[in-house]
Design a protein around this ligand. Structure first.
Ligand SMILES: Nc1ncnc2c1ncn2[C@@H]1O[C@H](COP(=O)(O)OP(=O)(O)OP(=O)(O)O)[C@@H](O)[C@H]1O
Ligand SMILES: [Mg+2]
Length: 671
């Protein structure tokens, strides 16, 4: 690194600042000449001996120290951002010494981003936040979306000084002849005087200093105006800072957590749900509570979650953290701590429920049509009728009426009679497979009992986790139960919302959490799946989705576009990345940012609930302390601020337990 280069850099920038108005007037042609002259001067400088450097270095450092003062003076005195104050607070030496500005603005555009020349010795990461002063007492906040190595003239890189003989020259050229530049995508403008951040519409001037964003700036940019915020972790490269996402806005539309296996999706969702339940338990009435209905495929959100952490093999999960506010249902019988078993009678299953299982159960389209036909002809007992080895006399009578056939009627003959010769066998095979599952009961209708309990729990302010146990690896079971429950619960919410428009209060908000979402809402299925419908209806009925998926590119694009806030962890393929950010206008930089995410706990979060994208290192998941305590600790909140900060974090503080909450309904639906 050349210290002298740095010194000159600040000289340049000072001069630049003085001359700025003139520079701006002058044409691009002249600037190019300037640049060339600059390069010449620098290379002449480079020829000059190393002896001169120490003195120059001194000078450079002094000037740097002066620079921020002057910069602040030039801006409005009450300036908060970009003044020397935050710079000093950011100072890495902690002594209020040299401000660690990242670099200087040297070019760029609103659409393609700012070009920032890094100061000597500075480095920047993709996804990091940077800010720069605008004219008129405002600052621009943006995100680093590219890092480029540049050279002043081609000669330097065409004939780089040899390693053995040109060591000195190399050193001299660093940050003079060659340097590092970063692209910063502009996102928000923040007025120094306060007020809401607005979309970036202006750019800083040439040579404006670019600084890493500080906590005060992030607090303003991500302000929730007193509403609850869920901590998201620290922005990349800024371990000591924190950002949060507006709780209300996050769940008022559907959200998605995407990433390949092992990136931390489940832990992140647990953290979001933990915050949801913590906040809900503090809400004054049930209708203020946001509740979750979680279809827990991998047994993550019940009592404990498998976890590979230092010292802990399990993470305390929702039931352990929020006993009174969570009901746990299981598909298997006799599971410890279960509040009830989900049972489905064969009479509960309709042809519509089979439709979404077409692919996983390898049912043909005709088989589904045959099911509809049978339902119509044979009534609610159609499923059980089809399970029998031979068609029952009742069926034969129904199909043949008076002209009863002489020999015994077989299923293939029934198939031929109703117009589905091959498909009926296909359908019967599928039904037999369903009936063999432990939670499916032949000849019964069970579902409405379970449903009733679950709906009562949800509308009473309690979240519900449906744990699949060993059925988690069986996609058919997962999709059957998730679809059946969601469809019926959604209908209940819809009816209640529609009724509410006339008299009673609308139901509390429900967030349905599904994994492997693409299986439900892939292109061919999205129109039939209840989840496609929920995503499209938006928040009309107070029901939204939280989808967890490894392959966003396989989700129906229309459904994907309805997902308001996206948490994007490392992804496998460009197609998945494209599917997620493809629609985000003019933000090609985000793709680079996603491509650079590490394999665990790094997420790009963007969309409806956030004013601008943020790359975060997600909060450390730990077992210690109470839920609220650990959440608070993760935020590093000092004890004395507790009350006030909690208000900001979780909304209303709990003064006394809400009187409207029912006691946990302990239901054993197993017989
Ligand atoms: N916030 C966190 N704090 C500490 N460790 C974490 C955190 N997030 C993830 N990990 C580590 O990463 C591992 C995998 O995380 P997780 O189970 O959430 O991945 P996943 O994306 O859900 O994977 P899969 O798609 O296979 O379900 C955890 O067991 C844990 O060791
Ligand atoms: Mg997982």
């Amino acid at each position: 690194m050349s210290e002298r280069g740095a010194g000159e850099g600040s000289v340049d920038s000072e001069r630049g600042a003085d001359e700025r108005p003139v520079d701006a007037e002058r044409g691009a042609g002249e600037r190019r000449v300037d640049a060339e002259r600059g390069a010449d001067e620098r290379s002449v400088d480079a020829e000059r001996g190393a002896d001169e450097r120490p003195e120059n270095a001194e000078r450079g450092a002094d000037e740097r120290r002066v620079d921020p003062e002057r910069g602040a003076g030039e801006r409005s005195p009450n300036t908060q951002l970009g003044s020397d104050e935050p710079m000093r607070r950011n100072g890495r030496d902690g002594q209020g010494g040299v401000a660690p500005s990242l670099g200087l603005v040297v070019g760029g555009s609103l659409t393609k981003g700012l070009e920032v020349r890094l100061d000597a010795g500075q480095a920047a990461q993709l996804g990091q936040y940077a800010m720069a002063p605008l004219v008129d007492s405002a600052s621009l906040l943006g995100m680093v979306t590219d890092v480029v190595l540049k050279s002043v003239d081609a000669g330097t890189t065409a004939w780089p000084p040899a390693e053995s003989t040109g060591r000195l020259l190399r050193e001299v050229l660093q940050d003079t002849g060659v340097y590092t530049a970063v692209s910063v995508d502009p996102y928000l403008e923040l007025e120094d005087a306060g007020g809401e951040p607005t979309r970036a519409r202006r750019l800083p001037r040439h040579f404006a200093p670019v600084l890493p964003a500080d906590q005060a700036t992030l607090d303003r940019a991500f302000s929730t105006e007193g509403r609850a915020a869920i901590p998201l972790g620290s922005p990349l490269g800024m371990g000591e800072l924190e950002v949060g996402v507006d709780f209300e806005r996050l769940f008022e539309r559907s959200a998605g957590v995407f990433g390949k296996s092992g990136t931390g999706k489940s832990v992140l969702v647990l953290q979001l749900l933990d915050a949801m339940l913590t906040r809900s338990s503090a809400a004054a009435t049930n209708s203020d509570r946001t509740v979750a209905l979680v279809f827990d495929m991998h047994n993550d959100y019940g009592w404990s979650m498998k976890f590979q952490g230092p010292g802990a093999r399990e993470l305390r999960s929702l039931k352990q953290r929020h006993q009174a506010d969570l009901e746990l249902y299981t598909l298997e019988a006799g599971v410890a701590r279960s509040d009830g078993q989900v049972l489905i009678g064969t009479r509960d299953i309709t042809p519509d429920d089979l439709e979404v299982l077409r692919e996983t159960m390898q049912l043909t389209e005709h088989a589904i049509e045959a099911a509809r036909d049978c339902r119509q002809r044979f009534g609610p007992g159609w499923f059980d009728e089809l399970l029998a080895d031979d068609p029952s006399p009742a069926i034969v009578a129904k199909l043949w009426g008076a002209e009863v056939p002489e020999e015994d009627v077989s299923w293939p003959r029934v198939g031929a009679r109703i117009g589905y010769p091959g498909s009926l066998e296909n359908l019967r095979r599928g039904l037999r497979r369903l009936a063999r599952k432990e939670f499916v009961r032949e000849g019964e209708a069970q579902f409405s009992d379970v449903m009733e309990h679950i709906v009562r729990g949800l509308q009473g302010g309690k979240s519900v986790v449906v744990q699949f146990g060993r059925y988690g690896t069986d996609l058919t079971s997962y999709m059957l139960v998730a679809n059946m429950l969601s469809r019926r619960i959604w209908e209940r919410y819809r009816d209640r919302t529609e009724r509410a428009q006339e008299r009673d209060a609308p139901p509390n908000r429900l967030v349905i959490v599904i994994e492997e979402a693409h299986k439900f809402v892939e292109r061919s299925l999205a129109s039939q799946s209840i989840f496609g419908q929920i995503a499209r209806e938006l928040r009309k009925y107070n029901v939204t989705l939280l989808v967890i998926d490894q392959r966003p590119s396989q989700i129906d694009p229309e459904v994907l576009s309805q997902i308001g806030t996206k948490f994007c962890l490392q992804l496998d393929s460009d197609r998945d990345v494209e599917a997620l950010v493809g629609g985000v206008s003019g933000r090609g930089g985000l793709k680079q940012v996603i491509a650079a995410l590490e394999s665990k706990r790094q997420a790009l979060v963007f969309g409806h609930a956030l004013p601008m994208p943020v790359v975060v290192h997600t909060p450390e998941a730990t077992n210690d302390g109470s839920n609220r305590g650990s959440l608070r600790r993760r935020l590093g909140l000092p004890a004395k601020e507790e009350g006030e900060s909690l208000l900001g974090l979780y909304g209303a503080r709990r003064s006394e337990p809400p009187s409207t909450v029912e006691a946990p309904a302990s239901v054993d639906l197993g017989t």
